[in-house]
Design a protein around this ligand. Structure first.
Ligand code: GDP
Ligand code: MG
Length: 259
């Protein structure tokens, strides 16, 4: 009964957050998900801290420079024999992951059984029916891997994975770029035409889009930007005339592509 209540609350909470993209950290337990959350979001304060506290799920604002803000959620790790007191949290966690726009599947590259753990985590994603979701595999703790050929071996099996260290910060810029690219694929290129005195709309675009260009004609401004499709309605509501197209798939850089 308790559990159903927390799941319901979670669902409501999750569905109320459609104004930002959400990214969930998932993976086997002890792989560094919580550490990575801290490393990526810095000293930013928790979001909805009170609501999530009981669920052991923590969400923070992650500001991706020059791009926008996403919500990054920590989750309870995947493990077979889950302690009883964590079952409700685990369920809430899965709901969080199901609603996410993108998953960061975190693995411990220094662990002897890393490949098995990655498989086990993918099995859990499959069991809950979200294995098709856009996922970036993150090979964490590379600072503990002194033999770098081990990383190469892992990359042979998972070529799009991104090696990082949440402790030293190595690879976090690449991970951020990959997240940015993955989320950008869910974005549209938009031209907005409005009057130059439409401060609310221009401020909204500045805060929520990647502005590619601004052209001024008399009292009008045409803003060309990349923005999440979900903002279209609000932009029109603010008086913008819009003209948009889906960003073509082949213009997006593949997630975790090795240069
Ligand atoms: N050396 C090293 N240790 C790490 C790294 N990331 C996490 N850890 C450690 O791994 C342990 C588990 O991390 P935690 O974030 O709690 O894992 P979680 O269960 O996935 O949330 C902690 O002792 C962390 O300090 C890393 O990049 N390098
Ligand atoms: Mg944790």
């Amino acid at each position: 009964r308790e559990l159903a209540g927390s799941e319901r609350r979670k669902k409501r909470e999750v569905s109320a957050r459609h104004d930002c993209f959400t990214v969930s950290l998932v993976g086997y337990t002890n792989t560094g998900k919580s550490t990575l959350l801290n490393a990526l979001t810095g000293s930013d304060v928790f979001v909805h801290d009170m609501l999530f506290a009981t669920l052991d799920t923590r969400t923070r604002r992650w500001v991706i420079p020059g791009w926008g803000t996403v919500l990054l959620s920590d989750t309870v790790g995947f493990i077979r024999d889950l302690p009883h007191h964590l079952v409700a949290s685990f369920r809430a966690t899965l709901e969080e992951a199901r609603q996410a726009d993108l998953l960061l599947h975190v693995a411990d590259a220094s662990h002897k059984q890393v490949l098995e753990q990655i498989r086990a985590a993918y099995r859990v994603l499959e069991e809950i029916g979200i294995e098709q979701k856009d996922t970036i595999l993150v090979l964490n703790k590379i600072d503990l891997v002194s033999d770098r050929s081990r990383i190469e071996t892992l990359l042979n099996v998972h070529p799009t994975a991104i090696p990082v260290s949440a402790h030293t910060g190595e690879g976090l810029d690449r991970l951020t770029a990959a997240v940015r690219e993955a989320l950008s694929r869910r974005m549209i290129e938009l031209e907005v035409l409005t009057t130059i005195d439409n401060g609310r709309l221009l401020a909204f675009l500045a805060a929520n889009s990647e502005v590619l260009s601004r052209e001024f004609h008399d009292s009008m401004v045409r803003v060309h930007c990349r923005i999440a499709a979900q903002h279209l309605g609000f932009i029109r509501h603010l008086g913008g005339k819009t003209n948009w197209q889906e960003i073509p798939e082949d213009e997006a850089i593949p997630t975790g592509a090795v240069e």
